[in-house]
Write a protein that binds this ligand. Structure first.
Ligand code: GEK
Length: 263
């Protein structure tokens, strides 16, 4: 099933509306301002995230696969901080024709504009421009927060997780991916990963400065402890690549999804 390509991937790759190469920090002009999810970032985003986040191309389809295990026919899935909707499309690719409602939310107009262009017509997918801290959540089987929590002010993270826990149905699951606050071996290797993907020292340093006030990472233990406090008794790491991790958390002590029948 992971071999199935989504229409989204086809559009990203076939030159239909080609994504641009990320050269945003190759000159100094962006180095002095805080990072923002604007039009230039949206245009270069697929290239940027693949070259910057180790494991991204594994995490996205596997998030879809895990979501499919919990998303019941007619159930709801949130993709919070959806950017261009890669994860929402991975969920659709994983569930086949099963009816469901996927609500993909982002507060960046530029991201959502491009996401809509890439998406084509898919009645099960709705786009919403909103700050996820202010959104009233309806009951859901799956909530995905891939690489988004790290952009919220730290004091807003636990209240959001508590609200997400409250909206999850029995058998539901929260899927969270983040960069971890780590120094040393894995953090150094992450820099090597970026260099190996063609980023210069200027680009790496410039992006780090731009993200300083915007993206504040937590340690793996901080995530696990906060998830427990929010009402997820036994959160687990399901993927780890260098200083990046993906967590699965359920309101029960074990994720209890039954195998959902594929149509
Ligand atoms: C992916 N999940 O491709 N409310 C709504 N959206 C927000 C907020 C907020 N308060 N803060 C940030 N965002 C995606 C990648 S990117 C990660 C997620 C990255 C949005 C922001 O506009 C951006 O689109 C997204 O969260 C983070 O798997 O760029 O490193």
């Amino acid at each position: 099933m992971l071999r199935e390509r989504s229409r989204y991937n086809d559009r990203m790759d076939d030159g239909d509306r080609p994504a641009s190469t990320d050269r945003l920090f190759a000159t100094a002009e962006r180095h002095l301002v805080d990072f923002a999810f604007d039009e230039a970032v949206a245009a270069a985003f697929p290239d940027m995230i693949r070259r910057s986040v180790p494991g991204y191309e594994t995490v996205v389809p596997l998030t879809g696969l895990i979501a499919a295990k919990h998303l019941r026919p007619g159930g709801r899935c949130y993709d919070l901080g959806c950017s261009l909707g890669a994860t929402a499309h991975a969920v659709l690719a994983a569930i086949g024709q099963r009816p469901c409602e996927i609500t993909a939310v982002d507060d960046s107009a530029a991201m959502l504009h491009r996401a809509r262009q890439l998406a084509g017509t898919e009645p099960r997918l709705q786009w919403r421009r909103a700050d996820i801290r202010e959104l009233a959540f309806e009951s859901a089987d799956v909530v995905i927060l891939n690489y988004t929590l790290q952009f919220l002010p730290p004091e807003d993270r636990l209240p959001l997780l508590r609200r997400l826990r409250d909206c999850l149905n029995d058998g539901g699951v929260l899927l969270l991916s983040e960069k971890l606050d780590e120094h040393g071996y894995f953090a150094d290797l992450h820099l090597d990963f970026k260099r190996a993907n063609g980023y210069s020292e200027l680009e790496i340093a410039g992006k780090r400065t731009a993200l300083e006030n915007v993206m504040r990472t937590d340690a793996e233990e901080t995530h696990l402890a906060r998830l427990r406090t929010a009402g997820f008794p036994a959160p687990r790491v399901w993927f780890r690549c260098l200083n990046w991790a993906s967590f699965v958390a359920s309101p029960e002590s074990q994720p209890t999804a039954e195998r959902v029948q594929r149509p």
